[in-house]
Design a binder for this molecule. Sequence first.
Ligand code: UFG
Length: 328
Amino acid sequence: MAILVTGGAGYIGSHTVLYLKEQGEDVIVLDNLSKGYSGALLGTLSYKGDIHDESILDEIFNTHKINSVIHFAASSLVGESVSYPLSYYENNVIGTHRLVKKMVEHDVKHIVFSSTAATYGEPNSIPIEETDPTIPTNPYGETKLAIEKLLKWSDQAYGLKSVCLRYFNAAGADPAGRIGEDHDPETHLIPIVLQAALGKRESIKIFGDDYDTDDGTCVRDYIHVMDLAQAHYLAVKKLQEGAASDVYNLGNGKGFSVNQVVETCKKVTGKTINAELAPRRMGDPAVLIASSEKAKRELGWTPQYQGLEVMVSHAWEWHQNNEDGFEK
Ligand code: UFG
């Protein structure tokens, strides 16, 4: 039996594919390569195509014995979602609707869904627990929450079991240096700072230093991409063993400010990084820190790479060896 990974050529998707293969799983990838790279697949059997394309979904489900899907394929930039909400609803919600419709038709009963901390919006209390209110402050978070609900109702109606994984800030890279993070354009803090360390940017911008935090810059909960990968594997296994549908946060429960991230990058790389203060970025909550006790307790999740330094070191190794990212 195989696992279908949609969006398996993207950052978190490709690391999960690698992890699944290392656990001996049979994996098939569907990716339209709009954001992902075939170089990130390391030879995994893949279909270049879109989750909107019902014929390619039929072909995959007819050709392979697939009993579970891990669903990453999505548009995932908060700022872009505010400018293009219709495109986000189309790619994320309508795309997932097609995928789930085909899963139901082909009697595929398990899905692990790549959700996000953005489903919570501005938190009422820290650390954030799964039972806290979900009031997204941008279309990206809204579309992910809409999909979580689509999955909930699909369980009730069709018996489709789902695990929704709400990640906080993914960071790091394959510890063996085979793959890493490559977005175009890059918007995420750590890769931007590392590009500056490589001399590919003159400076970085710090979006606001007047937040209600210790040093005034935003605080985030960074989680190693391979630890996220582990959680996807455990979630699939749990569903295959007959577990009920559920939702889990994935973070380290520890916050780092933007300034602390920049300092850690300076320390790891030994480079000078010029940082300039810029206005706040719209929609950034001051502090996002997860409680992941439920995932540890119920999935048996045990993050392996918890320090920010180790995440930055793995990312740095990949960026140094792949200055221009994957082959374009
Ligand atoms: N930041 C800067 N300068 C930059 C880039 C980022 O100061 O050049 C700051 C941001 O303002 C934020 C922090 O660094 O405070 C982290 O920003 P990222 O863009 O790296 O990550 P986000 O926290 O905005 O986004 C992440 C995921 C999203 C997810 C979101 C949940 O990438 O997919 O968490 O809120 F939706």
